[in-house]
Write a protein that binds this ligand. Structure first.
Ligand code: BGC
Length: 739
């Protein structure tokens, strides 16, 4: 009987496996499965796979049981669902999410492990929401403080952004959710983003604008890359021969999928030949507004199929695209080992708060005004629209429907309830808009009083308060920190400057908390004792800000970009390169990056200007001493060197310091930056505790992009390693030689 049963089972298993097609057989390699799936597919099925069927999905192959592929923004939370064919909200009741801090805040933590946590948490939210790919993170370099989308990116430094992007991608993809790193590349400002043709030296391209993408691909193994809207060498970047075929796919060995930015494809021939793998669109048919069900009109749809049938193209390019897309499916939607994910879990809120705690930057703290001494404080006046305005709604494609967003005022009230009286004055009116793309914050920000009345009220109330905390800055309105346009000026909007000065005169303990993803002019800097950079923090904004202001959390964030005093201190503006020069036909605007590699602190160092706040700057409630820098050798032939430095907490509370190592090439055949960040480490120390920290560099850290060789070169000679806690506070140095 037993024997009979066994043979029945064996027979059954044999029949099953004989029936299991290879592409579904998980014991086979992915490439074998892809080949099998491909040979079963018709031309129409292959074409369908490489372009959108709705705003955010492409069809799988239903006949073969390969499901639809869903993607979504990105990069700070999973965007709420829109209708199939329109940008209007689908009106779901299960698509509220946790809004994580904006990527500028994440990068300001200088803590790659938090980046991993970010990618992991967001990946779990994506899984629960049925999304296979998140459109993010963004790693376009912060080139001008006017950039409308800087808040979505990882700052000005190629090394810092590289270290932060890799774990984000890895954390997310470990769950079977693809990252789509964007916008590749040179999409450094928003104005005329579809028409800007960037003119940049090869050296700046490789040293400044490509490294974060390169790290995401080579180390993070990103499964998706989104092409940028703009042009490079007169070709749109969504189908750009040099960027996509040569650099990304050939030189870096990218085996994932190049996705067009929405509506970023413009031509079938170029889309076929120049490296685009999947076309998505902004308007229904990718060509014009409002036509429905016209995805067939996409450049990689009917036109492509017709051209193949007419013999204009073989299926060589198509098969490469399909192979990549199927690979993406096997990594994500066809991966049976994925979990179901979580939405709005406690762990995700904790992650959001932890990232915010470490990302908030204490820019200035004269006379140790902060942290607020709760025991000795009776009344705090909170001023400013940004104390009450929700910031997760608005700003373009990163807009979210957060399950909750704690405002700064609410956060302080919760934290200090029963201990300190919290008063509020609006102070100014900025934008009273409370909805975006059909999502409403349900706030009422309308105000009938005049600007003068609002100001008078704030100043009057400020007089008797123990502290005045002004939450100002920018918001997500168009022409501020928002997609599609850049800011028009670096100055604060809504006459906030004069309000700040008036409040500073009325109260000696003024704390200014700047809410933005960008630097703003601070002509009143010397009159305001405490300045905090509060970013766009998302769901837990108020809680996190209150924790830092009150001192429950010791600030440890560092600026991921240089904070200039004015636009004239920025290379792009000093050299008058922005926004570029229109060609005669008025269709293309050439923007020449004349400052070359001298972006951010590289420019400030070269010009010997002292910025308002330097790259890497950020204060703490405790103090640290960095000393005893030594190299494990004085000479190297391969460029590898370990540096050890001691860091001691010399204050009286626990805190974290970011030890930063910069390299200076003292003599070189080409002009080098005065110094460049090449390693860093965040260290937590109790009062009095000290630790030796090791920082390693390799040959690439000593190299420049050699335009004569089209590759990296490290020239033998003397280098200097500089270590400290900010780019303008490097207290230790040591020399070494590359043989
Ligand atoms: C943005 C992308 C975004 C896409 C989809 C585009 O306009 O540039 O960053 O992912 O829309 O919403």
């Amino acid at each position: 009987m037993k024997k009979l049963l066994l043979s029945a089972v064996l027979l059954c298993a044999a029949t099953l496996s004989a029936q299991t097609p290879i592409y579904l057989d998980e014991t086979k390699s992915t490439e074998t499965r892809i080949s099998d799936a491909m040979q079963r597919m018709t031309l129409a099925e292959k074409i369908a796979l490489i372009h959108a069927q709705s705003k955010f999905s492409s069809p799988g192959v239903k006949r073969l049981g390969i499901p639809d592929f869903w993607t979504d923004d990105g990069p700070h939370g999973v965007r709420p669902d829109v209708l199939w064919d329109e940008w209007r909200q689908a009106g779901q009741t299960n698509d509220s999410c946790v809004a994580f801090p904006a990527l500028t805040c994440l990068t300001a933590t200088w803590n790659p492990e938090l980046s991993r946590l970010y990618g992991h948490s967001l990946g779990e939210e994506a899984l629960y929401r049925g999304k296979n790919m998140i459109l993010g993170p963004g790693v376009n370099i912060y080139r001008t403080p006017l950039g409308g989308r800087n808040f979505e990116y990882m700052g000005e430094d190629p090394y810092l952004s590289s270290r932060m992007v890799v774990p984000y991608v890895q954390g997310m993809q470990a769950l079977g959710v693809a990252s789509c790193v964007k916008h590749f590349c040179l999409n450094n400002d928003e104005e005329y983003r579809h028409q800007v043709n960037v003119v940049v030296s090869d050296r700046a391209l490789h040293e400044i604008y490509l490294p974060a993408f390169e790290a995401a691909v080579k180390e993070g193994h990103a499964w998706g890359i989104m092409g940028a809207y703009n042009l490079y060498k007169d070709q749109h970047n969504c189908h750009n021969e040099i960027l996509l075929n040569q650099i990304l796919k050939r030189d870096w060995g990218f085996d994932g999928v190049v996705v067009s930015d929405w509506g970023g494809a413009h031509d079938t021939e170029q889309a076929v030949k120049n490296g685009l793998d999947m076309e998505f669109g902004t308007w229904t048919d990718g060509l014009q507004m409002g036509a429905t069900n016209a995805y067939d009109n996409y450049f990689m749809a009917k036109a492509y199929a017709d051209a193949i049938l007419a013999g204009k193209y073989t299926t060589k390019e198509l098969d490469d695209k399909v192979r990549r897309v199927l690979r993406l499916f096997f990594r994500t939607s066809m991966n049976r080992n994925r979990s179901n994910g979580f939405l709005c879990s406690e762990a995700h809120y904790e992650a959001a708060q932890k990232i915010a705690h470490e990302g908030i930057v204490l820019l200035q703290n004269e006379g140790n005004v902060l942290p607020i001494d709760v025991e000795k404080t009776h009344r705090i006046l909170v001023v400013g629209e940004n104390a009450i305005k929700m910031m997760t709604v608005g700003g373009g494609s990163s807009s979210l429907k957060a399950q909750h967003e704690i405002s700064p005022l609410q956060g302080l009230k919760e934290r200090l309830a029963g201990k300190v009286e919290i008063d509020y004055a609006r102070g100014y009116v900025g934008s009273t808009r409370t909805s975006y793309n059909g999502v409403s914050t349900k706030e009422d920000l309308n105000e009938t009083r005049s600007a003068a009345e609002l100001r008078a009220e704030a100043v009057e109330k400020a007089k008797g308060a123990d502290y005045v905390i002004l939450f100002g800055g920018l918001n997500k309105s168009s022409y501020q920190d928002s997609e599609g346009h850049d800011r028009k000026q670096m100055e604060l909007p809504y006459a906030q400057d004069s309000l700040i000065v008036a409040l500073a005169q009325a109260n000696k303990r003024l704390v200014y908390v700047n809410i933005s993803g960008n630097a703003v002019c601070m002509p009143w800097k010397k009159q305001v004792p405490a300045i905090v950079q509060g970013w766009f923090i998302g769901s837990e904004a108020g809680h996190a800000l209150a924790s830092v202001l009150v001192g429950d959390v010791c600030p440890s964030g560092k600026l991921p970009f240089t904070w200039p005093n004015s636009l004239q201190e920025v290379g792009a503006h000093a050299l008058n390169t922005y926004p570029g020069t229109w060609r005669e036909d008025k269709k293309i605007i050439d923007e020449e990056y004349k400052e070359g590699i001298f972006v951010g602190y590289r420019w400030a160092d070269r010009q010997k200007t002292k910025p308002c706040f330097a790259f890497g700057h950020g204060l703490s409630y405790t103090t640290f001493q960095i000393s005893n820098l030594c190299a494990d050798r004085k000479e190297t032939t391969d460029g590898n060197i370990n540096f050890t430095v001691n860091v001691r907490n010399t204050g009286n509370r626990e805190g974290a310091e970011v030890v930063q190592l910069y390299i200076s090439d003292t003599k070189c055949s080409v002009e080098r930056p005065v110094k460049e960040l090449k390693a860093f480490r965040k260290v937590w120390l109790k009062p009095g505790e000290s630790r030796d920290v090791t920082l390693s560099i390799d040959r690439r850290a000593l190299s420049f992009w050699d335009e004569t060789k089209n590759g990296w070169t490290a020239e033998p000679g003397e280098f200097v390693a500089l270590v400290g806690n900010a780019s303008d506070n490097l207290t230790c140095k040591t020399k070494f030689t590359l043989k």
